[in-house]
Each structure stands twice: as structure tokens, then as C-alpha cells.
Design a protein. Sequence first.
Length: 176
Amino acid sequence: MAGDADLGLLCHKSGGGKLCFKKNGAKLVFKARAGEETVVTFAWSSDVRDLDILAYWDGAPSLTAGYGHGSGGTSGHYSIVYSGDNTSVDASEWCKIKMTPWGSGDTRTFRVHFNVYGFDDEHSGSTCTVIASQPNGQTLIKRNQQCSTRSGQAAATTDPACVVTFDAQGNLVSLT
């Protein structure tokens, strides 16, 4: 990649050539590659119809995506792009997410709540699979993610959730 020759080297302030440092001079700052956009996919089988989500960054809880919750957008260091609601059986939805690194005190977790909107006698499943994938990084899979079964209702913060965690550079760390 272009510009990678100086990865791992100390950063300098523009114009003055002085080394960058954190408050009180406690730590030096090194240039690092920022994490790339991560795709988080939610897939369900033929025993589930119309899985709904409520997705948001813990650091920007008003920026939401999912049926009845919007299509995402950008807020500060956080962004979400949502595929849109899929009401089928044996289907999937996704969110493309990104956290810009170096935000002071930023929360680095993305949370998704799940509810089976189309729960009925014929479609009585209550689990899905979550896949988080980042180019030049990890692909993590969580099988048997529990979902609420409140038929005819959008996902809510009281429903079961998974958490996608990133490091300070925006690299994918875990899916729990």
C-alpha cells in the first residue's frame, strides 16, 4: 500500500517537525494503519422469517440502523451503512461499519439486538449467525446467536445482542 513505508515510525507535528505526544508527554505517538470498513452480516435459516435488528455504536447510540430504526449514517468517529430490511426466510442483512481511530475516549464497540419479527408456528426459529469481516484483518463468526421472538415488533434494546469490538486503530478484535 502507498504510504506504508513509515508505518511504525514516530509521528511528527505538521509544520514544526516536533514529535507528537499524548497529554503530559506520557507516551509517544506512532503511525499505524487504520482499520478498514467492517461488514457485519446477520444470516438466518428457513425456520426464521424476517429477522429484525437494532444496530448502533455504543459511542453514538443515537446513530441507529435496522427495521424501524433507520439506515445509519455518520456521527463523529462512527459510521453505519445498512443493507435494508429483508423479510424472507433463509436470508441475510448486513451493516458496513467503520470507526475512525484516535478519537479521545471513544467507545470501540458496535452492538446489534435481534428479534424475529415473523415468528409463527411455521417459522419458530430463534437463532441467527453473525459474521464480522474486515479486509486485511479477521473474519469472526458467532453461530446460534439468540434472538427474541416478539412477532410483529421491531428489535429493541431489551432483545438479545452481540457485540463487535475494535482496537484503538479500528481493527476488528472480537465478536461476542
